[in-house]
Design a binder for this molecule. Structure first.
Ligand code: NDP
Ligand code: OXD
Length: 313
């Protein structure tokens, strides 16, 4: 039996979707009556803490998202393998978001929107080209590497920062705490695609923002965070924007979601807010992935995209 344990998503729709992908399999939603001994697999998106405990025959948990930080908030999470989402549709959507916002920062669309509202024809029409601008990506995994590739195609100079060293064609790479200062100092647009772990929580702080290049063709550096809100210190982002250290922040994720109505980020002229939809997963693709993963397990093979519980991503 497959247990569907979700919060904030339409569980009925997910049960129906998964039943279509796996006809004949018993699928039950958390909240309905079921025999806890019959559950072999669970799918989760922000399941209520403790709800996956006491399932004696559970053999795997499938996250319905790429990020798995929510799972580790559950201190009664069963000690079984966890698999996450890696999906080309999701990856493409994230790269669309990153490339679009890098281009919008490059071409100063906020400035022209404001000028249009004022009916102002600006004679200072100079625009730097992508080849004049250095993008730095924190997190060079599935999403970071695809975004790097597509940004390079647009002409940007791209560097990446990760936990372990990497060699990626045409991308300058840095790793670890030691590599961070040099990576930041050559970055005009900082793109954050890290997972939220105990090591990365709060990493986008004043120190990191002040480390960004102040000598770039854009004038001030920009920040784009589409990883997780817990990576950023919003007070530090506001402070550095107000002090003129940071030129623009594009934020898809927030310390608290939904972003509270009284957050100063909503109305700040140098902040772009999107509602955690940089890369919404296509539910059908994710349902099909879960079905393929279970089929692999039952054929005696190891499913893909296993989460390392020690690294927590
Ligand atoms: P991956 O696990 O494939 O990549 C993670 C990258 O982060 C790796 O390069 C890893 O380094 C690096 N990393 C992890 N910890 C550290 C650290 N302490 N220091 C430096 N680098 C570190 O993840 P994905 O690319 O698939 O996804 C990234 C995140 O994007 C997800 O965890 C999720 O939070 C977020 N996301 C957001 C969405 C949205 O709509 N806003 C949608 C989907 C995902 P190494 O390569 O050395 O292991
Ligand atoms: C994810 C997300 O992690 O949508 O998949 O944030």
């Amino acid at each position: 039996m497959l247990l569907v344990a979700l919060s904030g998503w339409n569980v009925k729709q997910w049960v129906e979707r998964l039943r279509k992908k796996m006809p004949g399999r018993e699928i039950v939603a958390l909240g309905e009556p079921f025999d806890r001994r019959s559950v072999h697999y669970a799918v989760s998106w922000k399941h209520p803490a403790g709800s996956l405990a006491n399932l004696p025959n559970l053999s795997a948990i499938f996250s319905l998202g790429a990020g798995v930080d929510f799972l580790f908030n559950d201190d009664r999470l069963p000690d079984v393998p966890i698999y996450r989402v890696v999906d080309s549709d999701l990856t493409n959507r994230m790269s669309e978001y990153i490339v679009m916002h890098c281009l919008m920062v490059l071409r100063q669309t906020r400035r022209y929107d404001a000028q249009q509202r004022e009916k102002l024809w600006d004679d200072d029409r100079f625009q730097p080209a992508a080849v004049d601008v250095r993008v730095g990506i924190m997190g060079m995994g599935e999403l970071g590497q695809d975004a790097a590739h597509k940004l390079k195609m647009m002409g940007f100079h791209v560097a990446g920062w990760s936990r372990t060293p990497k060699q990626i064609d045409g991308v300058t790479t840095y790793s670890g705490e030691m590599g961070l200062p040099e990576f930041l100092s050559r970055t005009d647009i900082l793109v954050v695609l890290l997972p939220l772990t105990p090591q990365t929580r709060g990493i986008i702080d004043e120190r990191v923002i002040r480390g960004l290049a102040q000598n770039g063709r854009l004038g001030k550096p920009a920040l784009i965070n589409a990883g997780r809100g817990g990576l950023q210190k919003e007070a530090d982002i506001l402070k550095t924007l107000n002090e003129g250290v940071l030129g623009h922040a594009v934020l898809d994720v927030f310390e608290t979601e939904p972003l509270p109505r009284d957050s100063l980020l909503w109305t700040h002229p140098l902040v772009t807010v999107t509602p955690h939809n940089a890369a919404m997963s296509d539910p059908d693709a994710i349902g099909a992935l879960v079905a393929r993963q279970i089929a692999k397990l039952e054929a005696g093979q190891e499913p893909d995209y296993r989460v390392d519980r020690v690294r927590a991503y």
